[in-house]
Design a protein around this ligand. Structure first.
Ligand code: HEC
Length: 187
């Protein structure tokens, strides 16, 4: 009988023992690099021409947009305004943030009714770095292919776009940088 890892298994039975462990290590790596190579056309993709160009870095561990879309730093206070604005980020429709609990009581029109469709944004800067968060904002589907989180900086390949928004991203590049700078305070 052949239980996993209890013996060499049929596939490697022809190998000398020393080589067996090498094969076990190398085979998945080779496979992974083949997959990776197949994907390398995607590796650094230029954004559609109407948008500022950015490069998505895709390594095996994470995908990210390491560089600022505008070359400028974000303003976290403005980022908060973009996030709560229902026509802009509207992040609170899907995300709860404990830091806003007090404000939600005081200003229910702006901060109230925080949703739970997405994970809470508390301490999100401990889970992702700036480049990963930037990509999540630009196009969350790059990270979570089936997500309902909108791509905030994308104009092609979108579904159900309101006529006023056709050809326009939901957020401007500086909005993305401002929201990002706010998210980076969530530690
Ligand atoms: C329509 C709902 C929706 C909106 C609006 C939305 N998100 Fe999300 N977001 C999600 C969901 C759902 C996920 C979880 C990913 C998945 O689908 O598995 C997510 C994931 C995230 C994550 C990763 C969180 C983690 O812990 O992994 C961040 C950060 C994030 N969203 C930030 C934002 C910000 C900032 C905004 C506003 C600019 C926003 N989201 C708007 C639904 C939304």
């Amino acid at each position: 009988m052949c239980t996993p890892f209890s013996g060499r298994g049929k596939a490697f039975a022809w190998l000398p023992a020393g080589l067996f462990s090498v094969a076990v290590l190398v085979t998945p790596l080779t496979f992974a690099s083949l997959l990776y190579a197949a994907d390398s056309g995607d590796k650094s993709r230029e954004a559609e021409s109407s948008l500022v160009s950015f490069e998505i870095i895709d390594n095996i561990h994470s995908k990210a947009i390491p560089k600022s879309l505008t070359g400028k730093k974000g303003n976290p206070k403005r980022g908060e305004v973009v996030m709560i604005n229902r026509k802009l980020g509207n992040c609170l429709a899907c995300h709860h943030l404990s830091r806003f609990d007090e404000k939600a009581k005081a200003l229910p029109n702006k901060y109230g009714d925080m949703g739970e469709v997405g994970p809470p944004l508390d301490a999100v800067a401990e889970r992702y770095d700036a480049g990963q968060l930037r990509l999540l904002l630009v196009d969350a589907k790059e990270v979570f292919p089936d997500t309902i989180m909108p791509a905030f900086y994308k104009v092609k390949g979108l579904h159900r776009v309101l006529p006023d928004y056709e050809g326009k991203p939901i957020l401007e590049p500086q909005d993305i940088e401002d929201v990002l700078s706010f998210l980076l305070t969530l530690k």
